[in-house]
Design a protein. Structure first.
Length: 134
């Protein structure tokens, strides 16, 4: 009986490992942020300046959204009660507005310095600026 339990345990463990390996999902390089919206997981991949969109039901990528400017995208922050999110960039002096329903950028906006993240309440009230070193 002990040998049967060990064999069953080993078989179960092998199946779990195989299942875990099948569930690995490869994103583009340097994923720095994720945001879940409805059945979509938006993954900000800073290496290529791409946002991968993963369908959480099928675990398949449905879109690769290219940033509208060159830089190093860092954070995605949803604007409450809307389908819009702000995507900040650690290098570019811009941020972009992303429509989470259409997976398209609505616009880009200049800012005086690169922005790491933005906190949004009823209005934009806190901008976390990257420290500039000389």
């Amino acid at each position: 009986l002990e040998q049967q339990v060990r064999m069953l345990f080993r078989h179960t463990l092998q199946n779990l490992v195989a299942t875990e390996q099948e569930q690995k999902i490869k994103t583009n390089s340097k994923p720095t942020e994720m945001y879940l919206y409805k059945d979509k997981l938006f993954i900000v991949c800073s290496g290529e300046g791409i946002i991968d969109v993963l369908n959480t039901n099928s675990l398949k990528f449905t879109n690769k959204i290219e940033m509208p400017f060159k830089g190093f995208p860092r954070k995605i922050t949803r604007i409450d009660n809307s389908n819009l999110a702000l995507v900040t960039d650690a290098n570019a002096k811009k941020y972009a507005v992303l429509n989470l329903d259409t997976n398209k950028f609505e616009g880009t906006y200049p800012i005086d310095t690169p922005v790491n993240s933005i906190t949004i309440n009823k209005k934009i009230n806190n901008i976390n600026l990257i420290e500039q070193t000389l």
